[in-house]
Design a protein around this ligand. Structure first.
Ligand code: PEP
Ligand code: MN
Length: 473
């Protein structure tokens, strides 16, 4: 009288979950001539050269044997949520360091970044009245593109710093040497960071009912203090209401979805973490949920586009002022041949002074295709300037200005902004000038900690969240 045991043959497991023969054929067609290493046959920009190829091979072999960081079902869930953002039902909040350093892999820094992103998301959910998808530039954002291969200081010229996954920031020959083993360290730090993020977002940390977690003194100093005070009170009232009906003790309210992203720049590393999901008959980058292509490596016939073509993840494409509309359409056809909802996020980063010239044409060109994209704004990378003292910074007002213009231009074209992409950190750094705290160029030296680009600090980032939330940028 025993229960029948279901038989699972290897054939069952390998059958694609998508049952339509049409889509199965399409997948196979698209994936023909593609495998995780096919990018190596193309020209590939921004890659380090390694002098010990035997060591490189053994590192990549080892990486390829490690377990992945994320799963394909988490990735597919995110893709579904991004499709909601593309159609206006949700909003994407993506943020974190320009460049994580190995030193950042510490509990206090991870907690501070997560706390900031969670609080920003709560403010935005309240103001926009829609779900906010939280994605960190975290747990793998270790590789950086550089405008020059070398850096010269005085008499000495050394290779540029390309991120802790490639070499080290200190300016001496050994630090600047490209070392394959740093990829193993990057993997280990990504695993440790993500493990802690998962633990924090599963339990009490995500429960933001405790007002002592909020540091909102700056709200009073903002030029929009009244509006922001009202918003804070509104959030407080909503949380109290949930408490009073007992909803807050519900497990679902103390855990949140949190996803990871990074620029998939260092292709040997990305390839080693690319795995085939047997149940879907599809490859995924399982080193992160949401990889993006940088503005410098999006050439149609380049190695990066070739790599991204074959993975099933949702992907971001940075779109800067040099992007031609024809080029963008070709990219969409190559990277989104199946018109898959949630597949493509265009992360626009023109600069406050260029956006009026660039964005309208791009919106019109995409609207004339049958691709649906999620429009996100990166108001950081087109607004980088140097102070008189030669320090890289960004002006809070210009960041806000690019955001404001983006929302307005989209509205004029019957389109909408569905997300924002920010460089920020949870601590009290002084890297961007302006904001309610009134940071000036002379304050920058006080706590300037970034390895590459200047980030918004806690107060500046919260202020951005408030201005998006009150819909009145
Ligand atoms: C970045 O996001 O840090 C970056 C290098 O951006 P972009 O590719 O847009 O210049
Ligand atoms: Mn950057």
């Amino acid at each position: 009288n025993s229960m029948p045991v279901p038989e699972i043959s290897s054939r069952d497991v390998r059958l694609p979950e998508l049952c339509s023969i049409e889509s199965f054929k399409r997948n196979n067609l698209n994936q023909s001539n593609w495998d995780p290493s096919s990018w190596t046959k193309k020209s590939v920009l921004q890659q380090p050269t390694y002098d010990d190829s035997a060591l490189l091979d053994s590192v990549l072999q080892k990486l390829g044997d490690q377990p992945p960081l994320v799963t394909n079902w988490e990735i597919e869930r995110l893709k579904g949520q991004l499709a909601d953002a593309a159609s206006g039902k949700a909003f994407l909040l993506q943020g974190g360091d320009c460049c994580e350093s190995f030193d950042d892999c510490r509990s206090d820094r991870i907690e501070a970044k997560l706390k900031l992103l969670l609080q920003m998301s709560l403010v935005m959910i309240h103001g926009l009245q829609k779900p906010v998808i939280r994605v960190g530039r975290i747990a793998g954002q270790y590789a950086k593109p550089r405008s020059s291969d070398d850096e010269t200081r005085g008499e000495l010229t050394l290779p540029s710093y390309r991120g802790d996954i490639v070499n080290s920031l200190e300016f001496d020959p050994e630090s600047r040497r490209n070392r394959p083993k740093l990829m193993l360290q990057a993997y280990a730090n990504s695993v440790a960071s993500l493990n802690y993020l998962r633990a924090l977002t599963e339990g009490g940390f995500a429960d933001l009912h405790h007002p002592d977690l909020w540091e909102l003194d700056f709200v009073s100093r903002s030029s929009r203090a009244d509006e922001y005070h009202q918003m804070v009170q509104g959030i407080d009232r909503s949380l109290r209401f949930l408490d009073s009906i007992g909803a807050a003790s519900d497990d679902d309210l103390s855990r949140v979805d949190f996803y990871t992203s990074h620029e998939a720049l260092l292709l040997p590393y990305e390839q080693a973490l690319t795995r085939r999901a047997i149940s879907r008959d599809r490859y995924y980058n399982l080193g992160t949920h949401f990889p993006w292509i940088g503005d410098r490596t999006r050439q149609i016939d380049g190695g990066h586009v070739e790599y991204f073509r074959g993975i099933g993840n949702p992907i971001g494409i940075k779109v800067g002022p040099s992007m031609q509309t024809g080029e963008l359409i070709e990219l969409l056809d190559l990277l989104d041949p199946d018109h898959e909802p949630g597949r493509i996020t265009l992360i626009c980063r023109f600069g406050a002074d260029k956006i009026n010239d660039s964005l309208p044409g791009i919106i019109q060109a995409v609207a004339a295709t049958d691709h649906t994209v999620l429009w996100s704004v990166d108001p950081m990378h087109g607004n980088t300037v140097k102070t008189d003292a030669g320090i890289k910074t960004r002006h809070f007002d210009q960041i806000l200005d690019e955001l404001r213009r983006s929302f307005a231009i989209h509205a004029d074209h019957g389109s909408h902004v569905g997300g924002v992409h920010l460089e920020l950190t949870g601590s009290n750094v002084t890297e961007c000038v302006g904001g309610a705290g009134g940071l000036s160029a002379t304050d920058l030296s006080r706590a300037y900690e970034t390895n590459v680009d200047p980030r918004l600090n806690y107060e500046q980032a919260m202020e951005i969240a408030f201005s998006i939330a009150d819909g009145n940028l």
